[in-house]
Unconditional design. Structure first.
Length: 751
């Protein structure tokens, strides 16, 4: 018995040992881990299901307690108004609602089919909401992005009829709940009829009946298939699809019209034969009188404000008839001054051409003025009358001339060059090129410092500087981009890039120089400061994203150099403002043609760019419009005079502020610098110009005849008319342009 007990104990021990061994085996370990993982997975699934159930119950509860408001009480659209920056001075009153509701039987089937093809091709089968659109909206909520898009016709109708313009997650949830309720309460035909009696079609027309009258001079019941397709197309973005606002909208409308017809064909609402017949051209549109809100130079401000509001997710219906109170960044006194200055000097330039009996192609002045701290556009002159010509010259990119040298300065200082760096002031042929770079009037300056080169706008010195930098052309381009100028035409990466063949708009140049004034901090240009609904609730407030894109010391040293342009160089006329000013004149030429004249300059608080161009496309010759006594059209002439007259008003009431202190500010006054030596005389052409192109500033005698000012340095017209090859990277301390395939170059700039 004892032996049996002992054997039994041994067997139990053996079994235990076997169990221990099994538990510690790799296979057993894997199964254990899988078991733990399974428990975790089950827990996670249970948690997700629980959350989903909770969300479903919450949504069900929200659905149950949400009542469908009375649309007649809730939908009270009224006229939206634009205000200047003071919030009280009215800039414009936008379209008042013009609405006539019609029953379903007076809306032709073609109009209903076109609306579905344009806005919601699943309308007849969806539950009033779009699952994919809901998913995108949920993603936007999770990531903090704006809530945009994904709306069915039912959701659009609900948003207009029952909800405010509030841009929140709560409103989006209400929109979804109400859309489901409307879809359950009304027939699809009733919803579509209500929608077509509500939406905005431009021309002040709310609803299809007034739209049919405004666009085609007929009742809705008489609309043809092509006419219905046009109206359905317009709903997506009325201000950008109505040719009566600007002729530029015609092409956009044609494209959208084709989209609607294609949708109707796909839904078998029209036959292939009808599609082929209608797709060729838009139906004839009724002539409408120009909308008074766009008349004159302020039409450009209204158009820019509407465009920015759309980018902020406000609909055209809300913008025009939603009772919004919209405060812009434009300052009333500054705007009036911009209009007066631009018209004054456009007129003088036109008179000058007439006095010489020269036929010019038409001169255009553009002004863009930016608050350096916020990026708000405080004044803009884009043209004489938006209705007559909707091209906004203040947002049109043209050759910048020597104003682009500011970015050569930034690039040089970034790359360890100083304002005392010696550079070539005489004509020379850069390595890899076949033609020499020259200064305005062919002047030979000898060796000059970067500071002197900036004040006198010496072309050769800036080409020399760019060639000595590693990746010089790319560095200049990077500096311009960092300051706030996007690439446009003529941005060829050659050693001559700083001379200003590159194109930019006055708005972008004003903002880029504002970055220098603002200690290297760049803001986005904007025109909307605040939006309130009709009850005074704030729906939007501008909060521009600030980016420190230029080192503060680099910005201060660049500003110091640009002050020399005003204190003793080609921009001396601007010193009459009586406060610290930094800036750059610019005259861009192509061959014997002056393509653009500029002055871009800033105080600590305001940066303003002025551009003059000629011709319908802004590339004709400015020479006929040169000021009396001048050899050609100079950036230091009419553009600088325009800037000064405007800035005298724009700076009124603002304190006089100094720029950030530069490391060069402790040196002796600039006037103690040795004067630049002139080694030669300009080789004149039959036109009396330097073979280098047109100058930035007139000779001193002409200056006194134009405007009270200090004497001016020789101008710096840039007009590279020879093939220039892109510079290759090099770190050598001298010209390092390497040969490659020639590329066409834009004209160089002048001071």
């Amino acid at each position: 018995m004892a032996d049996m007990a002992d054997n039994s104990a041994e067997n139990r021990a053996d079994s235990a040992n076997v169990a221990d061994s099994a538990e510690n085996s790799p296979a057993t370990s894997r199964w254990a881990k899988l078991a733990v993982g399974k428990k975790i997975l089950v827990g996670l699934v249970a948690g997700v299901v629980g959350l989903a159930l909770a969300a479903g119950l919450a949504f069900g509860g929200l659905y149950g307690v949400t009542r469908l408001p009375d649309p007649n009480a809730s939908f009270q659209s009224s006229q939206s108004r634009l205000y200047f920056a003071d919030g009280t001075t009215e800039l414009a009153a936008l379209a008042e609602q013009n609405r006539i509701a019609v029953p379903s039987e007076q809306i032709p089937r073609a109009m209903k089919d076109a609306a579905v093809a344009a806005e919601d091709r699943t309308f007849w089968t969806n539950p009033g909401i779009s699952p994919t659109g809901m998913a995108r909206a949920l993603g936007a909520i999770v990531t903090g992005r704006d809530l945009q898009g994904g709306s069915t016709i039912t959701q659009q109708y609900v948003r207009l009829m029952y909800l405010t313009s509030e841009r929140t997650v709560t409103r989006k949830l209400k929109e979804v709940v109400l859309a489901l309720k409307v879809n359950n309460r009304e027939s699809k035909d009733e919803i579509l009829t209500d929608y077509l009696n509500t939406v905005y079609f431009s021309r002040g027309a709310y609803g299809v009946q007034t739209a049919a009258q405004s666009w085609f001079g007929k009742d809705a019941k008489d609309l043809t298939v092509p006419e219905a397709a046009v109206l359905a197309a317009v709903v997506q973005n009325p201000s950008l699809l109505d040719p009566s606002i600007t002729a530029d909208n015609t092409a956009r409308l044609e494209s959208r019209y084709q989209y609607v017809l294609s949708g109707m064909l796909g839904e078998k609402s029209i036959t292939q034969q009808q599609f082929d017949e209608y797709r060729g051209a838009l139906p004839t549109l009724a002539n409408v009188p120009p909308q008074a809100v766009y008349a004159g130079p302020r039409g450009f401000l209204v158009h820019m404000a509407q465009k920015e509001l759309r980018s902020l997710d406000f609909t055209d219906a809300q913008i025009n008839g939603g009772g919004l109170q919209i405060t812009t960044t434009f300052e009333p006194a500054a705007q009036a001054a911009a209009e007066k200055a631009a018209r004054t000097y456009q007129g003088q330039a036109t008179d000058a051409a007439g006095a010489r009996k020269q036929q010019g192609a038409g001169v255009h002045a553009a002004i863009a003025s930016v608050d350096t701290e916020t990026g708000g556009l405080i004044a803009l002159y884009g043209g004489d009358d938006f209705v007559k010509n909707s091209r906004n010259w203040a947002t049109t990119a043209r050759m910048t001339g020597s104003t682009f040298k500011a970015f050569g300065l930034v690039a040089g200082i970034r790359n360890s060059f100083t304002l005392d760096t010696p550079l070539r002031g005489d004509s020379f042929t850069p390595r890899g090129e076949s033609q020499p770079v020259r200064n305005e009037f062919g002047i030979q300056y000898g060796t000059v410092t970067l500071l002197q080169a900036t004040a006198a706008s010496i072309n050769t010195a800036f080409v020399d500087l760019t060639s000595k930098m590693k990746n010089g052309p790319q560095e200049v381009i990077r500096a311009a981009n960092d300051a706030g100028v996007p690439r446009a035409g003529g941005w060829d990466p050659t050693d001559r890039v700083a001379l200003g063949g590159a194109e930019a708009s006055p708005v972008d140049m004003a903002n880029a120089y504002a970055t220098l004034a603002n200690s290297g901090v760049r803001n986005g240009v904007h025109v909307i400061r605040e939006v309130k609904d009709s009850a005074g609730n704030v729906l939007y407030q501008a909060d521009p994203a600030e980016q420190n894109t230029v080192d503060a010391k680099t910005a201060a040293d660049t500003t110091y150099a640009l002050e020399s342009v005003v204190n003793e160089g080609t921009g001396a006329r601007a010193s009459a403002l009586g406060r610290p000013v930094a800036g750059k004149t610019g005259t861009a030429g192509v061959g014997d043609r002056i393509a653009a004249g500029w002055f871009v300059a800033y105080t600590k608080q305001i940066s303003t760019a002025v551009m003059f161009v000629a011709g319908d496309d802004g590339t004709a010759d400015l020479d006929p419009y040169r000021a009396p006594g001048d050899q050609t059209f100079f950036g230091a002439g009419y553009p600088t005079m325009t800037w000064l007259d405007y800035m005298k008003v724009a700076t009124t009431g603002r304190p006089v502020e100094d720029f950030d202190t530069s490391s060069y500010a402790t040196r002796p006054p600039r006037s103690s610098l040795a004067p630049v030596a002139v080694k030669g005389t300009p080789p004149a052409t039959s036109a009396g110009r330097s073979t280098a192109g047109a100058p930035d500033a007139p000779a001193p005698p002409a200056a006194s005849a134009l405007h009270p000012s200090a004497s001016l340095a020789p101008p710096d017209v840039v007009s590279p008319t020879v093939p220039v090859v892109p510079a290759s990277p090099s770190s050598a301390p001298g010209p390092t342009t390497q040969p490659s395939q020639p590329v066409p170059t834009s004209a160089p700039s002048t001071p």
